[in-house]
Design a binder for this molecule. Sequence first.
Ligand SMILES: *Cc1c(COP(=O)(O)O)cnc(C)c1O
Length: 333
Amino acid sequence: MGAMTFQYTKTDTHYVQYYSEGAWEEGMLINDDFLKMPAMATVLHYGQEAFEGLKAFRRKDGKVQIFRPYENAKRFQLSCGYLLMPEVEIEAFVQAVIKTVKANLKYVPPYGSGGALYIRPYMIGVGQTLAPMPSSRYLFGVIVTPVGALFKGALKPVDLLVSDYDRVAPQGTGQYKIGGNYAASLFAQHLARQKGYDDCLFLDPATHKKIEEVGAANFFGITKDNIYISPNSPSILKSITNMSLKYLAETSLRMKISSDDIDIDALDHLVEAGACGTAAVITPIRSLCHQEKVHVFPTQDEAGPVTQKLYKLLTGIQTGDVADPDHWTTLVE
Ligand SMILES: *Cc1c(COP(=O)(O)O)cnc(C)c1O
């Protein structure tokens, strides 16, 4: 979301590993970043695809570390499982990520640049079938690309349009990181951008009264009582950035954490609001437009003080400047 310097640049190698006849084959690093697959592959017609997104950072001492890969590994298992795709063991996932980063170390942006190596693990059904059913053959891949800081300098608050459309169903695929959810939110996002907003915010699909999340980032607020509040629902994707911010708010800033609902028509208790995810860490929210009414948060064109503190802490841990609180980072030896 926001201004995009989030572009794909080809790196040296990427990881591919095939699954067929009930077992994983040996994984390998290859150079060609085009895949060959049957035109009738299940991913192409029935959307059998799950993915992850995480980053590797260059530290001051020149070494490279990956932020919370074990959390991505766990979530990937849930996403693949729901789409009836085979499981990648936690350690196998992390090793594939490390192997791919290691083979592309020269693309990890320098310390202090605000950039990182974005890591995209994914799984797709590549077996051919005409009937809408799970594939018999799968590809697990990891591809990496350097990305710049989304915002240079200060965190720039954004204006969001509350969407009339839903990203996912109430008991559907919202908690899984799958390509289909993105295809389903493109139109709503396009409408918001066309009307001049930075992105759209989705409400809960059952009642359309409660805030859920932005298309690719969770929503959080800071209340007047200094509580970090972020809604919980089966249709929200469990952001690892959000999980990390909650931990830091609680342990470093001694704040209370709440997962209460946030009524879209009652926002006056929030003194700060933001969207959080791997891509930008935190994007402060300036305003929400809902049914022609605009709610502007008190911080307006600035990032609020709590938002700024959380951002500094989390990005500090990612680049190794702030002590790792709980084995969050994995060093690439
Ligand atoms: C990936 C994603 C997020 C952010 O999750 P992180 O683990 O923090 O990167 C939030 N919402 C959706 C829908 C996502 O796909």
